[in-house]
Design a protein around this ligand. Structure first.
Ligand code: IFM
Length: 457
C-alpha cells in the first residue's frame, strides 16, 4: 500500500491504533429505534410520544418525524452488512416499545418480537455482538395518556416490556442497557419541553427521573433471572464541568449544576440516595419516594455506559431555571450544533466516574459529532472534521485505558445519519450518509477511517 492509498487521516501523527486497546476491546456503532427504523405504522406498531410530539406544529425544526427515517425496519440487512464491513464487533440498537405492546391486549405483539429476533440473528451472523437498549425515548403514547413516566404504573409496564424482550432475545443477547440518558428523558422531555412529551414542569421532571431510575433498578434482577450470563447496565449522558470564572458564585453554580446533571443520577445508582444538597435546593419539586425505592435503584450492575459529547461551562444566573444556573455558549472549536469539540473531556470524564463511584467496566456507549456534510460530485463525503473528531476522541480514550480506567468498549454515534429529535433531519451524526429521498447509504470519510482503524481495508 502506498501512502496515497491510505484512508484519510490514517497517516496522521499520533493517530490511535486498534492494537493500543487490546484484543478484547469492543468496537461498535450505536443507533436508536425511533431515529432510524421508520415503518411507523407497520406490523402493529402503535403511536409513540415522539409521533405525537412531531405532529405538533413547531416542535421539530424541519417539521419532520421518524415515520420513515432511514427505513431501517426494511433495510436492516444492508445496514448490518455495512457494520460488518466496517469491521465492528458490536452493535448497539434500541427496541421500540410501541412495536411490542399496544395497550389493549396485554400480550406482546409477535410481529414486533419477530422483527427484533431477526435483527439479532442478523447481527450474530455478521459477527456483531448485540447490545440492546430497552428505552431510548419512544414511550408508547397510550402510556403517556395514563401519566407517562410521572405515573408509577409505567414502572410496572416497563418491567412487562423488559420481561417480554428478555424472554424473546435473552438466548442470544447478553448485554442489556435499561435506559438511554435518563436526564434527557426527564429534563428535556418534561421540564424544558423541547423533547417529547413536551411538558414544562420541574416537579414532573424529577418524578419522571425517579420512576425511570426505579424501573432500571427493578429491571436489573428481572433481566438477570431470565437471561443466562446477562450483563446489565444503564447509559448516562455526562459532561465534564467548568466554572465560567473563578468567582465563587460561578463555582457554586457549577456545583449546583453538577448536583442535578451528574450526582442526581449517579449517587442513587451507586447506593448513596439523592444528593442531600441538591435535594434541599429543589425543595418542593423533590419526587415522591416510597420505602424500598432507593434500595431497588441501587441494584448492582455489570457495567456503566457513558455517553460523551462535550464539557459544559456553567455560570451563576440567579432566577434562571430551578437552580439559578446557566450553561454558556461554547467558545473555540465547535461542531455544527455549536457543541464544543474537547477530546480530553472524554478521558477526564471517564477517570472521574471511575474515581467517584468505581462502577466496574465502563463503555463509551455514544460519542460523535454533527457536521453539515455534503456529497461531492464524485459521490464522496469528505467529512474531515468528523474524521478528526473520531480520531482525537479515540486518542483520548487510549489515554484513559493507559491510565488504568477500566473502559472496555466504544460505540460511535451513529452508524447512520438519522432523525435528530427536535432538529429533525437537519443534523447529521452518521459515519454513513443517508440520502433520505432515495435511502442510498454512502460511507463518509470518517467511516473509511474507522474501517481502516479497525483493520478492515
Ligand atoms: O441523537 C442523540 C441520541 O439519541 C442520544 N444521545 C445524543 C445523540 C445526539 O444528540
Amino acid at each position: 500500500m502506498t501512502n496515497n492509498d491510505l484512508p484519510p487521516g490514517a497517516d496522521e501523527p499520533h493517530a490511535p491504533r486498534r492494537a493500543d486497546f487490546g484484543a478484547d476491546f469492543l468496537w461498535g456503532c450505536a443507533t436508536s429505534s425511533y431515529q432510524i427504523e421508520g415503518a411507523g405504522a407497520v406490523d402493529g406498531r402503535v403511536e409513540s410520544i415522539w409521533d405525537r410530539f412531531a405532529a405538533t406544529p413547531g416542535s421539530i425544526r424541519d417539521g419532520s418525524s421518524g415515520h420513515v427515517a432511514c427505513d431501517h425496519y426494511h433495510r436492516w440487512p444492508e445496514d448490518l452488512d455495512i457494520g460488518r464491513d466496517l469491521g465492528l464487533n458490536a452493535y448497539r440498537f434500541s427496541i421500540a416499545w410501541p412495536r411490542i405492546f399496544d395497550g389493549t391486549s396485554g400480550r406482546p405483539n409477535e410481529k414486533g418480537l419477530d422483527f427484533y429476533s431477526r435483527l439479532v440473528d442478523g447481527m450474530l451472523e455478521r459477527g456483531l455482538q448485540p447490545w440492546a437498549t430497552l428505552y431510548h425515548w419512544d414511550l408508547p403514547q397510550w402510556l403517556q395518556d395514563r401519566g407517562g413516566w410521572a405515573a408509577r404504573s409505567t414502572v410496572d409496564a416497563f418491567l412487562e416490556f423488559a420481561d417480554a424482550m428478555t424472554r424473546r432475545l435473552g438466548d442470544r443477547v447478553s448485554h442489556w442497557i435499561t435506559h438511554n440518558e435518563p436526564w434527557c428523558t426527564a429534563i428535556l422531555g418534561n421540564y424544558e419541553g423541547w423533547h417529547a412529551p413536551g411538558l414544562k414542569d420541574f416537579g414532573t421532571a424529577l418524578q419522571v427521573a425517579h420512576h425511570v431510575l426505579l424501573s432500571h433498578g427493578k429491571a436489573v434482577p428481572l433481566i438477570r433471572a431470565i437471561v443466562p450470563d446477562a450483563k446489565v447496565g444503564i447509559a448516562l449522558s455526562l459532561h465534564p464541568l467548568r466554572s465560567a470564572s473563578a468567582d465563587p458564585r460561578d463555582v457554586a453554580a457549577m456545583e449546583r449544576h453538577d448536583g442535578m446533571r451528574y450526582r442526581w443520577f449517579l449517587d442513587p445508582l451507586y447506593g448513596r440516595g439523592y444528593p442531600a444538597t441538591t435535594l434541599a435546593q429543589v425543595g418542593e419539586a423533590a419526587p415522591v419516594v416510597l420505602p424500598g425505592d432507593m434500595d431497588a435503584i441501587a441494584a448492582p450492575t455489570d457495567f456503566l455506559g457513558v455517553n460523551y459529547y462535550f464539557p459544559e461551562t456553567v455560570a451563576d444566573a440567579p432566577g434562571h431555571g430551578p437552580l439559578g444556573t446557566r450553561v454558556l455558549p461554547a467558545q473555540g472549536e465547535t461542531t455544527s450544533l455549536g457543541w464544543p469539540v474537547a477530546p480530553q473531556g472524554l478521558a477526564e470524564l471517564l477517570a472521574r466516574v471511575d474515581r467517584d463511584y468505581r462502577p466496574g467496566p465502563l463503555y463509551v456507549t455514544e460519542n460523535g459529532a454533527c457536521y453539515d456534510d455534503v456529497v461531492g460530485t464524485d459521490g464522496a463525503v469528505r467529512d474531515t472534521a468528523r474524521r478528526r473528531y473520531l480520531m482525537r476522541h479515540l486518542a483520548a480514550l487510549r489515554q484513559a485505558v493507559a491510565d488504568g480506567v477500566p473502559v472496555k468498549g466504544y460505540f460511535a454515534w451513529s452508524l447512520l445519519d438519522n432523525f435528530e429529535w427536535a432538529e429533525g433531519y437537519l443534523r447529521r451524526f452518521g459515519l454513513v450518509h443517508v440520502d433520505y429521498a432515495t435511502q442510498q447509504r454512502r460511507l463518509k470519510d470518517s467511516a473509511k477511517w474507522y474501517r481502516a482503524f479497525l483493520g478492515r481495508n
